[in-house]
Design a protein around this ligand. Sequence first.
Ligand SMILES: Nc1ncnc2c1ncn2[C@@H]1O[C@H](COP(=O)(O)OP(=O)(O)O)[C@@H](O)[C@H]1O
Ligand SMILES: [Mg+2]
Length: 273
Amino acid sequence: MAAGMDRRPVKVRARDLAKEFRVQVAGRHRAVRALDSVSFDIREGEFVAFTGRSGCGKTTTLRIVMGLEQASSGSVEIDGRIVDRCGYDRGMVFQHAELLPWRTALGNVEFGLEVKGVPAHERRAIARQALELVGLKQSMDRRPDQLSGGMKQRVGLARALAIDPEVLLMDEPFGALDAQTRESMQSELISLHEKTRKTVIFVTHDLDEAVLLSDRVFVFTPHGRIHEVVDVGIRRPRSDMVQIRGADEFQEKRYHIWKTLKAIDDHSREAVA
Ligand SMILES: Nc1ncnc2c1ncn2[C@@H]1O[C@H](COP(=O)(O)OP(=O)(O)O)[C@@H](O)[C@H]1O
Ligand SMILES: [Mg+2]
């Protein structure tokens, strides 16, 4: 759907986000600019990918939207309400699930619900349902050291989903997985999104992944700006991965984003030279 025709309400709104980190280099304080004037509107149920070189501010943007980090200036709103802390309307999935090693998969998913204050007798059923949703019905009682990398990521996803957030923030969640596991996680995420219609922001530097999953791809520059927003326009439901990957439309979008990234790269190299 073209952005201009999209009538869904805005779910996540960022306005002029800037972020400077103070770092100490050789005993001196210096400011590192991570973000410089980032603005966007993401609509309810939309799936957006952030891509760009490492260090261009993708994680920082996500952490500000989550409420884990405060912007130096600018604002984020969810449903028109200013974000100034974490909230259960948002859930985050990290590159490494960082599970509690002494708890089972089920126990890890329940943990988030404990923190949320969900009564004990409800927690188990909700956690089970979330684990079933990510295909871990058979392995709920395993501890993290008995789970593969892909399974751990599923637990991380289930932990976020159990809270039933409206916005799902995913920071290179499949980045550490082997190619085949990654592909199956991608198609499961697509069907999950189709089922739940959550608003998703998904950070990846894998362009196939960005185009395959998202409605729009935001291309960041190394200076913490959004250089271009690419409308993917591949129709949903996107259940047939093989067909999509082979389609001209997919190849064209992927190539377009690749060229944009290359131009950004060449430009910043010239600026340094
Ligand atoms: N906690 C921090 N302290 C100092 N600098 C940081 C911190 N977090 C991120 N940065 C810097 O901000 C910039 C953007 O980082 P990040 O958002 O992690 O980029 P990305 O996720 O796109 O790789 C980088 O230059 C990074 O070094
Ligand atoms: Mg990052």
